[in-house]
Design a binder for this molecule. Structure first.
Ligand code: C5P
Length: 289
């Protein structure tokens, strides 16, 4: 049996850190949005008795430190299934360590795909539980769309879909460790607090202009991205309604109301050492091909 699953990247329209949880993680308030930049995860059942992983991106580990590999192992153990053999191939398009949840998306695709291949041994709630064991963004990556994500990131509340727009992603060369970003936040004495309540009010009504006014990411105050100011300035000059860092960075995204503006901005960004991707918001993160 073979199944192909598309796994969508996410951006954070809002990210605030509200405190520390007992387990050392941080309590978050995030507005997450899936976008149409996908990895493709292929699942192929074999008779090898183990899990093998190949990836189009040479620098990604293919052993059990890869989140997709961990997801498969955890799925079989939670579902109490003997693994007859599984070959996973990940075709990467989402850049690595970029604040776009690429690894989490692949793990979510493995969980959703295996649950389909094996006729749903796990309930939705069980899949969410396994997802959280793999990483804080994995539960969102199972569901996707436009969601308020709280606590570690696993308490999800669906919100009205973001208005149709164009999302331009600009990924500088550096990679950021999420763990280091949170540690840098903890060391900071003063953080400017964004308007979470107003943002949520705007998101609940799907008010695009107000979402853009109250959007914020507190990790921008602690993660150094040398080209951040320049990328944002270019995005704004080209008509972006919002230009902001996603997650722990370094990717900066711009929201544009017209494709022409987004394309012109993409051309202008070629002057900088950044990779760019033009995509749109999507209503779900996982798609079976
Ligand atoms: O859950 P995940 O492994 O993706 O998180 C990566 C790192 O980000 C954690 O080790 C932790 O340092 C930090 N983190 C956090 N609080 C969260 C989510 C992530 O402190 N809610």
């Amino acid at each position: 049996m073979t199944l192909q699953v598309r796994a969508a990247a996410k951006i954070n329209l809002f990210l605030d850190i509200l405190g520390r949880l007992d387990d050392g993680y941080h309590s978050l308030q995030m507005l997450m949005q899936s976008v149409s930049l996908y990895d493709t995860v292929s699942l192929h059942t074999t008779c090898s008795g183990d899990i093998s992983l190949t990836c189009s991106h040479a620098s990604l580990p293919t052993n059990n430190t890869n989140l997709a590999h961990r997801a498969a192992a955890l799925f079989f153990s939670y579902a109490n299934l003997q693994n007859p053999g599984l070959a996973i191939h990940v075709e990467k398009r989402i850049p690595l360590a970029a604040g776009l949840a690429g690894g989490s998306a692949d793990a979510a695709a493995v969980l959703a795909g295996l649950n389909r291949l094996y006729d749903a041994p796990l309930t939705g709630a069980q899949l969410d539980e396994v997802a959280l064991c793999i990483g804080s963004d994995v539960p969102f990556c199972l569901h996707g769309g436009t969601q308020l994500a709280q606590n570690r990131g696993e308490v999800l509340s669906p919100l009205p879909a973001l208005q149709n727009c164009f999302v331009l992603l600009a990924k500088p060369e550096q990679s950021v460790s999420t763990q280091e970003a949170f540690a840098a936040f903890d060391r900071k004495d003063y953080i400017y607090r964004p308007h979470g309540v107003r943002l949520l009010d705007a998101a609940a009504r799907g008010d695009f202009a107000k979402i853009c006014s109250f959007a914020a990411n507190v990790l921008e105050q602690v993660v150094e991205v040398p080209q951040r100011v320049e990328i944002k300035a270019i995005m704004r000059e080209h008509g972006a309604s919002l230009a902001q860092m996603s997650g722990s960075g370094p990717t900066i995204f711009g929201l544009f109301l017209t494709q022409e503006e987004a394309l012109r901005c993409q051309t202008a960004l070629q002057a900088l050492p950044v990779e760019t991707y033009l995509c749109t918001p999507v209503a779900s993160a996982i798609r079976f091909d």
